[in-house]
Design a protein. Structure first.
Length: 320
């Protein structure tokens, strides 16, 4: 008897995209190559597992397995601290897909963080997209779809899955955001000519930087501990390093997004009151935050990026 299918993520309950996928799978009309993208890597993986389960654990299969343990479900992940998908690893996956399925009527390949493909690997993989192996479905996962080369993007069917936008429940994060907003309020009161007040703002600034690093490290460790329990046992050390680094980067990005939301929330009452200097300060601060996040993608230290943003904020809000 076939086990109950892997559930779709609760955040997607009733989503039209899920209905489209369910119907395409039921009618055997699902495209051979799907690009699943959104701002939550965890959500994308849950969607990929749900799709893989429905394609592999069907009445015609000789055995049933969870997608993470299924002999006909293959994975390709970034490896090492640089978190890249190499050409050799891509060729290994392609060779695995050329073999007939073991227990299911078809094969599924899940490509994690496909935007991390080295250009050589992308060109190797492109041939497989153009001429996919028979009875094979390729699921490409990414939070940065426009980092893929255009020739890959144009050969896959796109599905976007936005996250529910819930806040990170990391120890110390909510108080951090409250203290950051309070700091903005004090900075906006002005500090010109008062050295003691300027010093207080700067000390608070560096305290926020230190606490941010502690929150990020603790949140990453907590998520990584849970994630390790769900990972396949045959992952290499390099792949595990890449996954842990990816978790840290994902949490870091979400923390910076919440800093932007908190900055906007602080400015909103002032904007509603017609405070033009506040509008200029907010616009410049968001631009600076986006610049800092861009530097993170170039492997700038998170604490250094936050320090740069807060120092810029000190200047912007104090002179508003």
């Amino acid at each position: 008897m076939t086990a109950s299918p892997v559930p779709w993520p609760a955040a997607l309950a009733g989503a039209p995209t899920v209905s489209v996928l369910e119907q395409a799978i039921a009618r055997r009309r699902l495209s051979h190559s799907l690009l699943l993208h959104g701002d939550s890597a965890e959500l994308l993986l849950a969607v990929a597992n749900a799709i893989a389960d429905r394609l592999l654990n069907v009445p015609g299969a000789s055995a049933s397995f969870p997608p993470t343990q299924h002999p006909d479900c293959f994975s390709l992940r970034p490896a090492g601290k640089m978190r890249q998908i190499s050409a050799d690893a891509t060729r290994d996956l392609i060779n695995q897909l050329q073999v007939s399925p073991a227990v299911a009527p078809r094969k599924v390949a899940i490509l994690h963080e496909v935007d991390r493909m080295h250009l050589t690997a992308a060109n190797v993989f492109l041939k497989t997209l153009e001429e996919p192996p028979a009875n094979t479905t390729l699921l490409l996962l990414t939070t940065r779809p426009y980092a893929l080369i255009p020739t890959i993007r144009s050969r896959v069917l796109h599905f976007r899955f936005p996250s529910a936008g819930t806040s990170i429940a990391a120890d110390g994060w909510a108080p951090w955001l409250e203290d950051y907003q309070a700091w903005l309020g004090r900075v906006s009161g002005g500090a010109t000519g008062d050295r003691r007040l300027v010093a207080d703002h700067i000390f608070t600034l560096y305290g926020l930087v230190a606490r941010f690093t502690a929150v990020l490290d603790a949140a990453t460790a907590a998520v990584w501990k849970l994630e390790q329990e769900k990972l396949p046992a045959d992952l290499t050390d390099d792949e595990q390093v890449a996954i842990e680094t990816g978790i840290a980067n994902g949490i870091r990005t979400r923390l910076f997004a919440e800093i932007e939301q908190t900055t906007r929330a602080y400015a909103l009452p002032r904007l509603m009151a017609g405070d033009e200097p506040a509008r200029r300060a907010l616009t410049a601060a968001v631009d600076r935050l986006e610049h800092a996040v861009g530097l993170l993608r170039l492997n700038l230290n998170a604490a250094a990026a936050l320090e740069d943003f807060l120092l810029a904020s000190l200047r912007l809000w104090a002179k508003r």
